[in-house]
Structures are given as structure tokens and as C-alpha cells.
Design a protein. Structure first.
Length: 307
């Protein structure tokens, strides 16, 4: 026998050191098993670091604390839970099969921030990745919990079978690790690009004034329209503001709201392009020059204009 002593009891076996050549084969199996488990732990650590930054949302002054708390939650996740997070959040089929919930910050007096990172895959690639990650979780559970049940490493044949299985398993783990590492690199590159954009004037224009990088304008919320509405509130008489007076106020109080930033050459063009105001022309009289007046559109006014 290749085993010096074997004691059977309650389905368990306690074995002493096997004799050669099984001991040599068994040491090689142990080495390869350890190598697989170490690589799986490396994969899991990288996955946890990766999962922390899938998305973040909250008041700007609490983001660091929110991220730290997220890290604590992720650190307690199993590989199976991490894979579920990855395939249900970061990885998405193209087009996505999930609808993002609406985000309504409860405190309008604070600055809120939300960032989400997603990778969209073609449906067949998404399915391939999902299946592969489930197989990886199954492999990890097999190695940790059932390896000795599956392979009799106290026999030459069992050692040879285990050795071959571990070679295949290691190749799978290495492949998944290389893929996850590339995803992490891509995410870092995306964050770096986003950071560079957020430090640029183009981001400031977009965030504060609604001017997109391609030059188009989000007119309902853009800076120049907000300032016009404020001036209207201050200067309006019987609901109508004199454009001449508003221009004087804008030049004095908001010189940064230059017409050319919005692709316009006149203030009347701003009023027309934005489609946020009702405009009327007062022809004036011999005693009083004509003037242009405007009034913010409201739902009742829009309805009456339509009827």
C-alpha cells in the first residue's frame, strides 16, 4: 500500500504521511493548490478595490466618509457577492436591461454629487463574462471546501488527476485576473480623464452655466437665463422687464455672462434662442423712445399662447 495507515470514522479519514512516490506527487499538488488559492485571493482583493468605486453619491462634504463606509461594506463581501455586484452594477449589456432609479437629493440647500461607472458589453459578451465569473466562484468554492472530497491525493492516480485539474484551474484564474486588471486600468484611465475634464474651463462652463463642451446650451438652466430671470424679478413693472435696464444690470453685476459664450451676438437673440421668455416690442411715442420688454414664460402663459 502507498499509505502507511488509514483510520476510517464517520466518513472522515485521518492519514499519516504517504510513502514515496505519492509524497512527491502530493507536495506538487499542495504547491499548485496553494498557488491557485493565492491567485484567487489576489483576484478577490483587486475586485474589492475595484468595487468600492463603481459609484458614489451624496453631499459633497460627506463623500470621503461615504466612500470609506462603502469600503468597509465591500471588505466583508464574499467572492460570490462581489461577482453579483460586478455583473449587476458595473457590467451592463448593451442596451442595459435595468433602469436606473431616479435620484432625488432630499436637501436642496447642499451641494450633492453622484458619479457612476459602467461598462457596456454586447449581449453575447455580457453572457460570456457572467458565465465565466460564475464558474470562477464555483472553482473557488471547490478548491476551498471540496477539493479533498473530489481528489484522493493519497494515491498516485488521485494526485495526477488533482494536478491536471489545478493546472486548468490556474489558467482560468489567471485569465480572469488579467481581465479584471484590465478593467481596473480602464476605470483608472476614465477617472483620470474625468478629473482632467473637471479641472478644465469646459467643466466649469457646463456645471455652472449649462454650456456643453460641443458649444450647445442647456437653455432652461443656463447661467445667462438664470441671471435674466433674477434681473426680471428686480426690474419688472406689471410683469414686464425693460431689456435695456436689464442689460445695464447684467453688464454691471454679471459681466462673465458674455453673449459670445452662448453663441449669441445680441440680447434679443438670447431671449429668442432660449425660448424661455415672452417678448414684446413697445413702439414708444414722440415723448418716449421704443423699448423691448420680456417676461418669463410660465405654464399658464404657454397654455394661453397655444390656445
Amino acid at each position: 500500500m502507498s499509505i502507511e495507515l488509514q483510520i476510517q470514522g464517520q466518513g472522515l479519514a485521518v492519514e499519516l504521511r504517504p510513502v514515496e512516490p505519492v509524497s512527491t506527487l502530493q507536495r506538487e499538488v499542495q504547491r499548485k493548490l496553494g498557488r491557485c488559492l493565492i491567485r484567487l485571493q489576489q483576484y478577490e482583493r483587486l475586485m474589492k478595490a475595484f468595487a468600492v468605486d463603481f459609484e458614489i453619491a451624496g453631499p459633497s462634504d460627506e463623500l470621503m466618509a461615504i466612500r470609506q463606509k462603502r469600503g468597509e461594506v465591500v471588505s466583508r463581501m464574499t467572492l460570490g457577492q462581489l461577482v453579483a455586484e460586478l455583473t449587476g452594477t458595473y457590467l451592463q449589456p448593451e442596451p442595459p436591461d435595468t433602469v436606473e432609479p431616479e435620484w432625488n437629493p432630499v436637501d436642496s440647500q447642499r451641494i450633492w454629487f453622484r458619479m457612476q461607472t459602467r461598462m457596456a458589453l454586447q449581449p453575447e459578451d455580457y453572457e460570456r463574462v457572467v458565465v465565466g465569473l460564475k464558474e470562477l466562484v464555483a472553482l473557488r468554492n471547490e478548491l476551498v471546501h471540496h477539493f479533498l472530497e473530489r481528489f484522493d491525493i493519497w494515491s498516485e492516480a488521485g494526485c495526477h488527476d488533482a494536478d491536471a485539474y489545478l493546472d486548468v484551474g490556474m489558467a482560468k484564474v489567471d485569465g480572469h485576473y488579467a481581465e479584471l486588471r484590465q478593467w481596473a486600468i480602464t476605470m483608472d484611465q476614465a477617472r483620470s480623464a474625468m478629473g482632467a475634464f473637471m479641472a478644465s474651463p469646459a467643466y466649469t462652463d457646463l456645471l455652472f452655466d449649462g454650456i456643453r463642451p460641443d458649444g450647445t446650451v442647456d437653455w432652461p438652466t443656463c447661467g445667462i437665463v438664470r441671471c435674466l430671470r433674477t434681473a426680471e424679478t428686480v426690474l419688472a413693472v406689471d410683469g414686464w422687464a425693460d431689456l435695456g435696464q436689464v442689460i445695464e444690470r447684467m453688464n454691471l453685476m454679471h459681466p462673465e455672462q458674455a453673449l459670445k459664450r452662448y453663441g449669441c451676438t445680441t440680447w434679443r437673440q438670447v431671449l429668442h434662442e432660449s425660448k424661455q421668455f415672452k417678448i414684446r416690442r413697445d413702439q414708444g411715442s414722440a415723448e418716449r423712445p421704443g423699448r423691448t420688454e420680456f417676461q418669463s414664460l410660465t405654464k399658464p402663459l404657454q397654455s394661453s399662447d397655444t390656445n
